[in-house]
Design a protein around this ligand. Structure first.
Ligand code: ZN
Ligand code: ZN
Length: 298
């Protein structure tokens, strides 16, 4: 055995011992992204950051969200392999960088970028503050409360029901398929980011979820921006109810703690939200802190 193949074999053996043989081989051959088709025309792409949705029609490809500059090209290459139509429209659910910094990868292949009017303002504010304006591909179309457009047999309806995760979150309803991209209005069993610097409000977020549950049916399929490991980035209305109740439990818990004289530091030491034990992992301080600030300001 020469030195090179010895090193390769050692690396393989070490890898096999560390990860388990099957998983290690999987790591070697599998792409870091996943595509899951929900219908013949609609699919979701996951790699890093917010879940992307896409729609094929004879009028072109519509993409909802764009993740990061290094992952968006993977999506674009995959879609080009599967469909020969041009990109007709890019929609952003909201301004956060794990949903919009990949817009730049579409700069030469799509002319229309659409988002809620507050999402555009927020994206500009962040880009100016972080001096990354040259890396943005901003929305050039915005909407206020509702926006609709047909593509093939699909009807896209965008809805804005008020502040939630930010003050600029759009829900994108593909009416024919009855699929709604919720963006980061739903973190499936995962502690959410509550972006108060961009107008987020937990009480209003609950109202937004109430409006969505009233608007959409029990058969509607939802796409979520993020999900905890072991949970899906798609699902049905019961996930919205569970997340709604989680937000209510956060507000109630923090409100009770404030009333009993606890300080912010004491509240932030909490490791589980009473009533929502299924939420695990990091990030619990973010909703606790947001709830504390929201209730203290009230
Ligand atoms: Zn996100
Ligand atoms: Zn977000």
């Amino acid at each position: 055995m020469n030195r090179r193949s010895f090193l390769q074999n050692s690396a393989l053996t070490f890898g096999a011992l560390t990860f388990g043989h099957k998983n290690f081989l999987k790591l070697l051959i599998e792409d870091p992204w996943k595509i899951n088709m929900l219908t013949d025309e609609i699919g979701v792409f996951t790699e890093r950051g917010g879940t992307i949705a896409f729609h094929f029609s004879k009028e072109g490809i519509t993409v909802i969200d764009a993740q990061f500059p290094d992952t968006a090209p993977h999506l674009i290459a995959e879609l080009k392999k599967r469909n020969d139509k041009p990109f007709r429209l890019l929609i952003n659910t909201h301004h956060h960088m794990d949903h919009t910094s990949g817009n730049i990868a579409f700069k030469d292949i799509v002319t229309r970028v659409l988002a809620h009017e507050n999402s555009l303002i927020n994206q500009k504010n962040v880009a100016v503050a972080q001096k990354i304006e040259d890396k943005q591909f901003y929305p050039n179309e915005t909407f206020g409360t509702v926006w609709t457009e047909h593509a093939g047999k699909e009807k896209f309806s965008l809805h804005y029901f008020g502040a939630g995760h930010t003050n600029g979150d759009a829900m994108i309803h593909l009416e024919h398929a009855n699929i709604v991209h919720m963006g980061d209005l739903v973190f499936n069993r995962r502690h959410p980011f509550v972006d108060r610097s961009a107008g987020a409000n937990i009480q209003s977020w609950m109202n937004v979820l109430d409006a969505a549950m009233k608007k959409f049916s029990n058969k509607t399929k939802f796409i979520y921006g993020h999900a905890e490991t072991g949970y899906e980035v798609t699902g049905h209305k019961d996930d919205l109810q569970i997340f709604h109740d989680y937000l209510g439990n956060v507000l109630k818990f923090v409100g009770d703690e404030i009333k009993s004289g606890k300080t912010k530091e004491e509240i932030l030491k909490t490791t589980q939200i009473p009533g929502s034990p299924e939420w695990k992992g990091d990030g619990i301080q973010r909703p606790l802190q947001a709830a504390f600030e929201e209730l203290s300001a009230a």
